[in-house]
Design a binder for this molecule. Structure first.
Ligand code: TEU
Ligand code: CA
Length: 555
């Protein structure tokens, strides 16, 4: 479509290829498996598929450690199979965006092999090398995946920076040859016809000069985030990337930006700045984390979530654009996290979908969210595969933390909650593979799977279909302004969308108790409204039933 803002009306579906569908029985998802499921995805009504990384990788971080940007991970298939996937998707009107991981590469990338070989190698400055400071690491930063953010390399007697695992050395974006090589690679993929990029921790690529120590908060390592997030040259680099790699292509770009505020997001997404279309914020994903970070779990206080989402909705209105998400491959599954994944699984999954999809922005659906897949609780740490989880487990075990305590935080916040195989049917391994899956399937698959869901009259899947088609038919969903209502209510998330004379009233009960509506304005809007969509077949005007979400439209 030549409408330059097609991405404002789109719904994106994220596939984590390793866990989506295995077509050749080796226990690992692959591109041919995705091709087999394109009709399923088209039937949901989505417009864009975001593929987590499919490039050649040793899979220390499941593809987020790229060894060769120009070839396909052998476990996933071949370049010819990728070309077929792209063609099959486009023939169904589905676009494909790729995951651009350019804050770091794998330590097995040719550039790093050259860079580490000697101090005067032409690729030395593609990465961030520093000599020891009084016999220790160049600064006190910790890695996001536990341990120090520096790895000593004896070949050249220096340390290299890795904000993630030691097999993910950070690229040096100060080096213009590196930047040019990245833009060239982006054009290679764009010229193949892909429809855009999700950009991995893209606001980490500009580091503060001197890489100063961060505050330790009494921990082993310093928090360097104020020196690597939203750094001094980030806008210069994104503008250069836009001019040299993206200009001329009618693409969707979304930057993953831990630590970005709405003020940052306006700079990144205001079209006049020619940087990105939208970003992923993490603020709403950190509300159930304590001072100690994600593993320091605390219950969600709903008014905090309401206030945060309202802040983002109003801050970016008319001056930028929001992405809308509850789930991705790094987050626990929302029906377990913010809903109720036992007695009220279907009702709360539908409520959460309505709450998100009636907001202003581009919604993202993560594989399995559309059938209400839940978190997993593996009995043994051996069943877990995520490098972030395993590094944290071993670091805490060494510090003497009770194993049960560590496992409990993994149950609540671990990334493998999102990475167990997609549950297609009730055959062994949920129809994901005829082999042995690379990670165990969630034991609830006999009940929770695509086949069972599609057999239901009014399923979570059909609820997503309805929400997506409402977005296609009602301009107000795309253009209306957002206004939070009942902001202090502990259990009701109520908001309205306004577009000239049209109004949408969105009511969501985030609790398993019935909730009385005692607000005249809201009651009046219900009285004069026409019910658009609800997860209940009948509504009692004055009361929201457990996990009820109902949307009323009126002019
Ligand atoms: O994640 C960015 C990031 O900061 C994550 O570490 C996230 O904050 C954390 O995992 C929450 O638990 C991106 C990718 O989405 C993630 O899969 C990669 O591991 C990471 O970057 C490094 O590429
Ligand atoms: Ca396979």
């Amino acid at each position: 479509t030549n409408d330059n803002n097609w991405w404002k009306k789109s719904v994106v579906y994220q596939i984590y290829p390793r866990s989506f569908m295995d077509a050749n029985g080796d226990g690992i998802g692959d591109l041919n498996g995705i091709i087999e499921k394109l009709d399923y995805l088209a039937s949901l009504g989505i417009d864009v598929i975001w593929l987590s990384p499919i490039y050649d990788s040793p899979n220390d971080d499941n593809g987020y450690d790229i060894r060769d940007y120009y070839s396909i991970m052998k476990e996933f298939g071949t370049m010819a199979e990728f070309d077929r996937l792209l063609e099959e998707a486009h023939s169904r009107g589905l676009k494909i965006i790729m995951d651009l991981v350019v804050n770091h590469t794998s330590d097995e990338h040719e550039w790093f092999k050259q860079s580490r070989s000697s101090k005067d190698n032409p690729y030395r400055d593609y990465y961030i090398w520093k000599p020891a400071v009084s016999g220790k690491a160049p600064n006190n930063w910790g890695s996001i995946f536990s341990g120090p953010a520096w790895e000593y390399d004896e070949t050249t007697d220096e340390y290299y920076l890795h904000l993630f695992s030691k097999k993910q050395p950070d690229l040096n974006w100060e080096n213009k040859h590196l930047r040019q090589d990245i833009y060239k690679m982006m054009r290679f993929w764009l010229n193949k016809g892909i429809d855009g990029f999700r950009m991995d921790v893209i606001n980490f690529i500009s580091k503060a000069p001197g890489l100063p120590d961060g505050p330790t908060h009494g921990g082993l390592y310093g928090d360097g985030s104020s020196f690597f997030m939203n750094g001094p040259k980030i806008h210069e680099y994104l503008k250069e990337m836009n001019e040299e790699a993206l200009a001329g292509y009618n693409v969707l770009t979304v930057g993953e930006m831990p630590g970005a505020s709405p003020e940052d997001a306006i700079l990144y997404t205001d079209p006049v700045n020619k940087e990105l279309n939208m970003i992923f914020t993490f603020e709403h994903m950190d509300l159930d984390s304590g001072a100690g970070g994600k593993w320091d779990v605390k219950p969600l206080h709903l008014p905090d979530l309401k206030a945060n989402l309202a802040k983002w909705q109003t801050s970016l209105n008319e001056r930028g654009w929001n992405s809308l998400y509850w789930n991705n491959h790094d987050q626990p599954r929302v029906v377990s996290r913010f809903g109720n994944d036992t007695q009220y699984r279907t009702l709360s999954a539908k409520m959460l979908a309505t709450c998100l999809h009636m907001m202003k922005g581009t919604p993202y659906i993560y594989q399995g969210e559309e059938i209400g897949m839940t978190n997993v609780q593996f009995s043994s740490i051996q069943q877990y595969k995520d490098v972030e989880t395993l590094n944290m487990y071993h670091e805490k075990a060494v510090l003497g933390v009770e194993k049960e305590t560590i496992l409990n935080s993994i149950y609540i916040k671990g990334r493998d909650n999102a990475r167990t195989p997609m549950q297609w049917d009730n055959r062994e391994h949920a129809g994901f593979t005829t082999g042995t899956p690379w990670i165990d399937v969630n034991s609830r698959y006999p009940d929770i799977n695509v086949q069972n869901t599609l057999a239901e009259d009014s399923s979570i899947f059909t609820h997503y279909q309805q929400l997506i088609s409402l977005r296609k038919t009602l301009e107000i969903v795309t253009n209306g302004t957002f206004k939070l209502l009942l902001s202090d209510h502990p259990s009701i998330f109520a908001y309205e969308r306004i577009d000239k004379s049209e109004q949408l009233l969105v009511l969501c009960n985030f609790s398993e108790e019935p909730q009385q509506i005692e607000d005249d304005y809201v009651m009046a809007a219900i009285q004069k409204g026409k019910l658009l969509i609800s997860n209940y077949s009948s509504q009692t005007k004055q009361t929201l039933q457990p996990y009820e979400s109902s949307v009323y439209y009126h002019i």
